[in-house]
Design a protein around this ligand. Structure first.
Ligand code: COA
Length: 330
């Protein structure tokens, strides 16, 4: 079987920078609390009329240009987001239209913070299997309109930001590029980090009462999420290494989903990796869910932090719970 590798990356961040200080004006919080507990100093918020499809499309254009192909060469679109422009249809078809692509398949992925890795695994399989030469994988979020900016929602609101990232996956010689992907889920924790409404369990599916009760805002059991994340990240990174007969010492760089700086630091400590080998940019963007890994990857490439031959591990954990890892020989 042929290999599959990432041949182009791109990112799109809305221009509006929102510092912690701005949030202290609408909720009971402080810059110190946010920095100490989450590592976030600022994040980006998209303006009205900009959805995750737009950020995804901008990132995708850059990734396709970097891959030195044209949108017409893409055989399949995979779009991961928990904040689509519409309840349906998903962002994938919107991106197909925005990029003027042929009528290729557009698959929407709903695996939250692990969404990009789920999407990447689809691209990996299609390209390795020879079904398509080029698959576009996008992760993009516009969280800001859906956050509760009152004190009741401060635990979640301070963490999340908007952004988009994309990669093009293309063919590679065997043994190069994406070596393996490892995906997991544990639905018994679905309600520990979720948005309950609108959902089709309700009759009618959305009411003033549900909205007045704030059921359309994300709810998070922060301590619970933290405890599971710091266990699952190292576990699934070790799983990827073990599967390919590598050890932690072989890793050039880990790019974790940017959940929270304390989680990233705990993962580095658990694996006994120096700080320089665990990428972090959460202080500038917050947690951008499905977008965080492709944004980080694009920045790493731009900063020259990834060189040919490097062993790279992408890893994520989030709502579902879902978690996963992808091991790459760059
Ligand atoms: C959310 C998180 C930062 C909270 O930190 P924590 O140390 O667990 O804090 P606690 O939950 O013990 O809350 C401590 C206090 O701070 C308060 N608090 C929560 N958010 C706050 C904020 N933004 N500003 C000020 N105080 C806040 C809480 O209400 C609580 O007050 P109380 O003691 O009066 O009830 C932490 O649980 C966490 O990082 N969880 C993982 C979140 C994450 O990564 N999510 C994304 C997963 S993909």
């Amino acid at each position: 079987m042929r290999g599959a590798r990432i041949i182009g990356t791109g990112r799109a961040l809305p221009p509006r920078v929102v510092k912690n200080e701005e949030l202290t004006r609408c909720m009971d919080t402080t810059d110190e609390w946010i920095v100490q507990r989450t590592g976030v100093r600022e994040r980006r918020y998209a303006g009205p009329g900009t959805g995750s499809s737009h950020l995804g499309a901008e990132a995708a254009r850059k990734a396709i240009a970097r891959a030195d192909i044209s949108p017409a060469d893409i055989g399949l679109i995979v779009f991961a987001t928990l904040s689509p422009d519409y309840f349906f249809p998903g962002d994938g078809v919107l991106l197909q239209e925005m990029l003027g692509m042929p009528t290729v398949g557009a698959l929407d992925v709903r695996d939250q913070c692990t969404g990009f890795l789920y999407g990447l695994s689809v691209a990996e399989a299609y390209v390795k299997g020879g079904f398509h030469d080029y698959v576009l994988v996008v992760g993009a979020e516009v969280h800001s309109p859906g956050l509760n900016f009152s004190t009741a929602g401060r635990d979640v609101a301070v963490i999340f930001g908007d952004g988009g990232g994309a990669v093009v996956v293309g063919p590679a010689e065997p043994g190069r590029g994406i070596l393996s992907t490892h995906l997991h889920s544990e639905g018994k924790y679905a309600k520990e980090l979720w948005v309950e409404v609108p959902g089709f369990l309700e009759r009618p599916w959305v009411t003033h009462e549900l909205l007045d009760a704030g059921k359309h805002f994300p709810k998070m059991n922060g301590k619970y999420v933290f405890a599971h994340a710091v266990r699952r990240f190292p576990e699934v990174i070790r799983e990827a290494l073990g599967k390919n007969s590598f050890s932690v010492a072989d890793l050039s760089l880990v790019i974790p989903h940017q959940a929270n700086l304390r989680i990233t630091q705990a993962v580095g400590a658990a694996l006994e990796l120096p700080e320089s080998k665990v990428f972090s940019n959460i202080e500038r963007y917050g947690n951008t869910t499905a977008a965080s890994i492709p944004i980080a990857l694009d920045e790493c490439i731009e900063q020259g932090r990834i060189r040919e031959g490097d062993l790279l591990c992408l890893a994520a954990f989030g709502s579902g719970f879902t978690w996963g890892s992808t091991l790459i020989r760059w």
